[in-house]
Design a protein around this ligand. Structure first.
Ligand SMILES: *Cc1c(COP(=O)(O)O)cnc(C)c1O
Length: 345
């Protein structure tokens, strides 16, 4: 009961429903990594309740987290590689293949695996080049190709790119290949337009906008475990720093093990943004840093860098102190936070 994700279940599920029912597009929920804070098993069961036909996971290792509760197909987003340990004859698994050599190698393993071929976009992460599509078409005998995947950059308008690459892939493929495009990071409206333009079924793979799209339904909170009065000059913490004023030390659940005050690197471009980054809990070299925990609506200073399972917060005397058992709001990045508990109310 240290760090809890509270979910307003009715509101959250209303939002999920609104996302999975766009016109002319099939939404494929994505559940991967830390399960966007909820855990992959929880998301698998939600995806099942939503009636999704396919659930996408990040890696082969994540299949086991979802395959018990989700009974439909499972698309693996990480491309297949010959050195990975992967299920050979699991009929529910759809592999992503992003290199011509891998397509041939996977085909040789037998069992006519189900595959989606990823086409290289301006992301330049994974994918076969547009100039290799013809060779792809000639290497399909021993696989079941279930369409082409396009992983597009975030932001900006990539509808034109999706149209161009999608059409090229579909038109180069043998006519026996289903006209299906698996796309990421298009708006539902753009995906729907793409479906019309290419005369294809568009499957929109959505994680963040689905699970985290309505932040108002989610509240992350740490439980206060201890509160200690501190007088000016008293020492405290691992570092035995001395208090410069009278105040309180609030020991609250949520530390580095939960991902508190650790963040994914973000492009820091200006002084203002740097301040914002510091405000989200980045630790400065001085050790004085704003914590992501809020008391009376305001972020409070870390007394010292967070510990594994809890954090020590400094509270000045003029702020009303919380008591053990109370919960503090905490600003987290859901994709890097591990909660002890998720509650649905
Ligand atoms: C993670 C991932 C997604 C989902 O990303 P969100 O930004 O969470 O919606 C979609 N496609 C691919 C290929 C991914 O790896």
């Amino acid at each position: 009961m240290a760090l809890t994700l509270h979910v307003d279940a009715a509101r959250w599920r209303r939002h999920l429903k609104s996302i999975v029912e766009p016109d002319g597009v099939t939404v494929v929920p994505v559940s991967k990594g830390n399960g966007y804070g909820f855990g992959n098993a929880t998301l698998a069961s939600e995806a099942f309740s939503l009636g999704a036909g396919t659930l996408a996971v990040g890696t082969y290792e994540e299949i086991d987290d979802v395959s018990g509760t989700f009974t439909g197909d499972i698309l693996v987003l990480s491309p297949w590689r010959p050195w990975l340990e992967t299920p050979v004859d699991d009929e529910r698994v759809v592999h992503t293949v992003s290199r011509l050599a891998d397509l041939r190698a996977l085909a040789e393993r037998g069992g006519r695996p189900r595959v989606v071929v990823e086409v290289l976009t301006s992301m330049r992460r994974h994918g076969v080049g547009p100039d290799e599509l013809e060779a792809v078409g000639e290497a399909l005998e021993d696989v079941r190709l279930e369409g082409f995947a396009l992983h597009l950059p975030l932001g900006g308008d990539h509808a034109e790119e999706a149209h161009r690459l999608g059409s090229l892939a579909l038109d180069t493929a043998p006519s026996s290949v289903p006209r299906t495009l698996w796309v990421s990071h298009l708006t539902p409206a753009a995906a729907s337009v793409l479906a019309t333009q290419t005369d294809a079924e568009v499957r929109l793979r959505v994680g963040s906008a689905l699970w985290l799209g309505d932040r108002g339904a989610l509240s992350a909170r740490g439980t206060v475990l201890d509160v200690h009065r501190i007088r000016r000059g008293d020492q405290y913490g691992y570092r035995q720093r001395r208090a410069r004023r009278n105040g309180r030390l609030v020991v609250v659940g949520g530390g580095t093990a939960h991902g508190i005050a650790l963040q994914a690197p973000s492009p820091v471009t200006g002084a203002r943004q740097r301040l914002v980054t510091a405000a989200k809990g980045g630790l400065e070299a001085t050790g004085r840093a704003l914590s992501p925990f809020r008391v009376e609506g305001k972020q409070r200073w870390f007394a010292e860098p967070p510990h594994m399972q809890c954090s020590m917060i400094w509270l000045p005397d003029d702020v009303r102190s919380p008591s053990p058992g109370d919960e503090l709001e905490v600003d987290v990045r859901f994709t890097t936070t591990t909660f002890d508990r998720v509650t649905f109310r």
